[in-house]
Design a protein around this ligand. Structure first.
Ligand code: ATP
Ligand code: MG
Length: 307
């Protein structure tokens, strides 16, 4: 009687035959008894039925055959951009706002993007976050190919994994602080009570619990930006993108907002990518990505985080 092979086993067997490797050779290469590899390929075992002691050998064998294992791939950047190009065409000229940008940002990093006006900083932020499209290249966020997603999927992905902070706060003027903060949750389908509780909790985190029912025009600039930060964080995003977050604030207030960002980065392990002209931000960042004319000049780790 012919035995049927589980998909996992057949997958392994096919991969080995495609590679023209004998069982004996595979056993030698992976340091695993040939009998066990045969069992992996056979009907007796599949991924979920593999006993604990053999899991590692199975993963090693799958990795050896290049068909991936159950385990997460080796640590990659949470943001990976490869050869990204973005140009703007007007009637007279074409501007290469991003010219083959390749970069990697690690999970939990606080990165400052700096460079002269018009060098492409905002374009970089908007394309890496999927707000804007690219002409060429690839962008991976936590290993997911952003460039290959449909618009709907990308919007959904952004709502779940990313927060945004803008220079001009972008708060809804008719809503109170807490209503502004809970908005992303309500849009995402969270219940009213739960959204309110969470929004109040995050407002407390930015030390604005006592201003929860003030409207934006009843708040100072720094307070408005802290509301905007609370709104960006309410979903607990893995990545927060900020475009000139201190651009409209005086130096004392900037410092306050920066301290808050630094705290969040340290305590929650959230990744921050901050476009800025503010040398104070640069000094606090783990790393400065310097741009000029749509290119990255230098993205080396050149400043240790100061506290
Ligand atoms: N919608 C657009 N149409 C045409 N050109 C654009 C558009 N948006 C940006 N650009 C051009 O692309 C280049 C990069 O712009 P970007 O806004 O990314 O610069 P930036 O580094 O953020 O500048 P700033 O520090 O002044 O905010 C600039 O030369 C700009 O003129
Ligand atoms: Mg800009």
């Amino acid at each position: 009687m012919e035995t049927t092979k589980t998909p996992a086993g057949r997958h392994l067997a096919d991969a080995r035959r495609n590679r023209n490797v004998s069982l004996q050779q595979a056993a030698k290469d992976t340091g695993t008894p040939a009998g066990l590899l045969e069992a992996f390929e056979g009907s007796q075992l599949n991924g979920s039925a593999v006993p604990e002691y053999a899991q590692e050998a199975l993963e090693r064998y799958a990795g050896y055959l290049g068909i991936g294992s159950e385990r997460a791939p080796a640590e990659r950047g949470i943001v990976e951009a490869v050869g990204v190009r973005r140009s703007y065409r007007t009637e007279e000229i074409t501007v290469n706002a991003l010219d083959r940008v390749t970069l990697s940002i690690g999970k939990g990093e606080l990165v400052a993007v700096m460079g002269p006006s018009g060098c492409g900083k905002t374009t970089l932020l908007n394309t890496l976050s999927g707000l804007d499209s690219i002409d060429e290249g690839e962008i991976f966020i936590a290993g997911e190919p952003l460039h290959a997603m449909s618009d709907a999927r990308r919007t959904d992905y952004r709502a779940h994994f990313m927060g945004f902070i803008f220079q001009s706060f972008n708060l809804m003027p008719v809503l109170s602080a807490v209503e502004n903060v809970e908005l992303p949750l309500l849009v995402g389908g969270t219940g009213v009570k739960k959204a309110r509780d969470r929004a109040l909790e995050v407002l407390e985190g930015v030390r604005l619990a006592d201003r929860a029912h003030h409207r934006p025009n009843q708040l100072s600039g720094g307070q408005q930006q802290r509301v905007a930060i609370a709104r960006a964080l309410v979903n607990q995003p893995a990545i927060v993108w900020a475009d000139e977050p201190t651009g409209n604030l005086d130096s004392d207030t900037s410092r306050e907002v920066l301290d808050l960002i630094l705290d969040l980065n340290k305590n929650n392990g959230q990744t921050f990518v901050i476009v800025t002209h503010d040398p104070g931000v640069g000094a606090l960042a783990n790393r400065i990505i310097k741009m000029r004319d749509g290119k990255i000049l230098d993205a080396s780790i050149d400043s240790a985080p100061s506290s």
